[in-house]
Design a protein around this ligand. Structure first.
Ligand SMILES: Cc1cc2nc3c(=O)[nH]c(=O)nc-3n(C[C@H](O)[C@H](O)[C@H](O)COP(=O)(O)OP(=O)(O)OC[C@H]3O[C@@H](n4cnc5c(N)ncnc54)[C@H](O)[C@@H]3O)c2cc1C
Length: 646
């Protein structure tokens, strides 16, 4: 498109009509959006017909569309197709340059869940097992929504030219009830009709037909929210790095900009995997999550990830291959004497476990696999010559040894020294492992058929790094694809689709993400088009002088004293106040009047210690086990009061 605009052409709040005429002239050729030529059609007026000023009137809008879609991956593409079908003026903004769009969707295996209508209820039961303990986030309503979505995916995909003659049963958890009906859409053998290329073909056609507009190299950087109604009215987009444009979206903004895989800080903060490397796009840096936070969104299951896996990272390209752990179909580890050791030179996981998107069964509970950093694959000479660990590596892995990617040494001790792990540990670990091979039983759970003992040297090692497919956390969304605030109420005008704030909360059934992209991409737009984003009239409070702050006088609690009654204080969990009534030299009564003792613990001391003091006529009494601090506090308070009596 022929697009040019400079900052001096921007429409100002004071002169929207005049400035916009110039902008309209500059917008030339755009079919999908209109430069704002008059006050936003969604701007509200006062009840009496006069035009009440709204926040929207104060923004220098550059363009107005019906729907602004942030991110061109699977969810953004499904949404854009739907928006075009519904006749919406649609602008898609994508952070990556042209050709590098597609996000994780482009890197993915292109499979999505599809469920036959007849299998719907069985699939619901299966998914309830997948959600595990996350019953709040993956509620029954959410599971119903997801499974209904799975029944729609194949037909929709076929309707946009996708390849659907490839259903394949492929449950992530074969032991779960009804796993035999978990079906994925697979790609054709020659990869034709794969999901992302199909989306891309549709997007290109819609652009050619003038039905949608796509701006590459144009990240959304901020949502524009009406401070009165809290409605999201649009967003600021950094177009080509040289203009920040304010886009008015009269039906709403859709966040379809993926997770935070490529944001190291967020991965550290939320996932506690400081060195984890994304296997997909480098552009998903959690922008949408931060933008949603800034307008009051709540976040959910930020720790949910598909991964880690453990793979070799090419030191030159920084790309992690994906064939070693997590997928056993190719993995050489299972067929040879090769173990994975952590920074201390010992094993930390059963190498051939077949990770469930990074999860293992731990004493009956599915957890994310613990990892060590750095960690290494260690193997013997026979393993080296069996087959390369990665398809792209040379036969016998001679090239990789020559490049220094694989370290070689005659003894295990020398190998340990060379890679920097404790040599005693590594040698002992291999000796122990060989014992497990002889016994046919591995305490870490590597199956007997995959236990091959180490033979003679030389020995080899190469580093592997934890890496992951995608994050599932983000802003909370409901089954209408609205983003929710911290009170779990919809933020008007803000929707989300795809892996940003995905419904998958912990365990994950493979091919669920792309299915979710399809259903949330369609539904977000459909729901968005049922409403408009209106700004509320601005309210101005009458100017007045603020009252000077005067702290209220603190009234200390008053207790009745006299007639032999004395107050004392002692330190328990907080400050304990006790009133002691003396009858001559006798302690007649002890009352605990206040304190911060813990119900169920300190309260036991309050029930028992005062009476014990009266019975013993002494403060030299036993403390209550488990409530020592409270007991001591009561005793100290009584001593304090008795001292005053004297
Ligand atoms: C190796 C691999 C294999 C996988 N295999 C499968 C599979 O077979 N089946 C399955 O269901 N899932 C699979 N997944 C997961 C799946 O690919 C993703 O969860 C899904 O594709 C995410 O789609 P999305 O549209 O939500 O995000 P993405 O496809 O990641 O798209 C997000 C887009 O937003 C853009 N963006 C980011 N920030 C901004 C911004 N500020 N402004 C504008 N644009 C922005 C990004 O550049 C990106 O293009 C796999 C993932 C990987 C990495």
């Amino acid at each position: 498109m022929s697009y040019t605009i400079s900052r001096r052409d921007l429409v100002s709040a004071a002169g929207i009509a005049a400035g916009a005429a110039a902008a309209a002239g500059l917008a030339g050729g755009s079919a999908a959006y209109a430069a704002t030529s008059e006050k936003s059609s969604a701007a509200s007026g006062a009840a009496d017909g006069s035009a009440a000023l709204t926040y929207a009137d104060t923004v220098a809008w550059n363009y107005e569309v019906d729907v602004l879609i942030v991110g061109l991956g699977g969810a953004g593409a499904a949404a854009a197709i739907t928006a075009a079908q519904q006749g919406a003026r649609t602008l898609v903004v994508e952070k990556a340059p042209e050709g590098l769009d597609g996000g994780n969707t482009k890197f993915c295996s292109q499979r999505f869940l599809r469920t036959e209508e007849a299998d719907r209820d069985k699939m619901v039961e299966y998914m309830k097992q997948v959600r595990g303990l996350y019953t709040e986030d993956m509620s029954d309503e959410v599971i119903d929504y997801l499974v209904d979505g799975y029944t729609r995916t194949a037909a929709w995909y076929e309707s946009v030219g996708g390849y659907v003659d490839s259903p394949k049963v492929d449950p992530e958890f074969p032991d779960f009830v009804n796993s035999d009906i978990v079906v994925k859409n697979w790609t054709a053998d020659d990869y034709q009709g794969a999901f992302w290329p199909t989306m891309l073909r549709n997007i290109e056609q819609l652009q050619q037909d003038g039905k949608i507009e796509v701006w590459h190299n144009s990240p959304a950087v901020r949502l524009i929210q009406d401070p009165v109604s809290r409605t999201v009215l649009g967003a600021v987009v950094d177009k080509d790095g040289d203009e920040q444009l304010s886009i008015r979206a009269t039906h709403g903004v859709l966040l379809a900009c993926g997770g935070f895989e490529a944001n190291n800080q967020m991965v550290q903060d939320y996932v506690d995997m400081p060195k984890c490397v994304p296997l997909g796009t480098q552009y998903n840096t959690g922008d949408g999550i931060k933008m949603a936070q800034a307008v009051g969104a709540d976040l959910w299951h930020m720790s949910a990830t598909s991964g880690p896996f453990f793979e070799f990272q090419d030191p030159d390209t920084k790309v992690c291959y994906r064939q070693l752990l997590g997928t056993l179909s190719y993995s050489t580890l299972k067929d040879v004497a090769a173990i994975v050791v952590g920074a201390d030179g010992t094993r930390f996981m059963p190498e051939t476990v077949g990770l469930k998107h990074g999860h293992i069964l731990f004493h009956g509970l599915w957890i994310r696999v613990p990892s060590s950093y750095p960690s290494y694959v260690v193997f013997d000479e026979a393993a080296r010559t069996t087959k390369p660990f990665y398809r792209v590596w040379s036969q016998g892995m001679e090239d990789e040894i020559a490049k220094g990617w694989i370290t070689k040494a005659d003894t295990l001790e020398d190998l340990a020294d060379a890679i920097g792990v404790p040599s005693d540990n590594l040698a002992q670990q291999v000796q122990d492992y060989n014992g497990y091979c002889d016994a046919g039983e591995d305490p870490l759970g590597r199956p007997a058929e995959y236990l091959f003992p180490f033979g003679s040297g030389p020995y080899y090692a190469f580093p592997i790094t934890p890496c992951f497919i995608n994050t599932q956390g983000g802003p909370v969304r409901n089954t209408s694809c609205q983003v929710l605030d911290t009170n779990r109420e919809p933020i008007p005008g803000l929707f989300s689709a795809g892996e940003i704030g995905s419904f998958y909360s912990s365990l994950y059934q493979g091919a669920g993400n792309v299915a979710e992209c399809i259903m949330t991409g369609i539904d977000s737009i459909t729901n968005m088009m049922k409403q408009t984003t209106e700004a509320a009239p601005l309210e101005f409070a009458a100017a007045g002088e603020a009252q000077q702050y005067q702290p209220e006088a603190y009234a200390a609690p008053e207790y009745e004293l006299g007639d032999g009654r004395y107050l004392g204080t002692g330190d328990g969990m907080g400050v304990i106040t006790a009133r002691v009534t003396m009858d001559g030299d006798k302690i007649a009564q002890v009352e605990v009047l206040n304190g911060s003792e813990t119900p169920g613990i300190g309260s036991i001391a309050i029930a028992e210690v005062p009476q014990a003091i009266v019975d013993a006529q002494s403060t030299d009494v036993d403390t209550v086990a488990g409530a020592t601090r409270s007991s001591d506090g009561i005793i100290a308070a009584v001593k304090d009061a008795v001292a005053q009596a004297k």
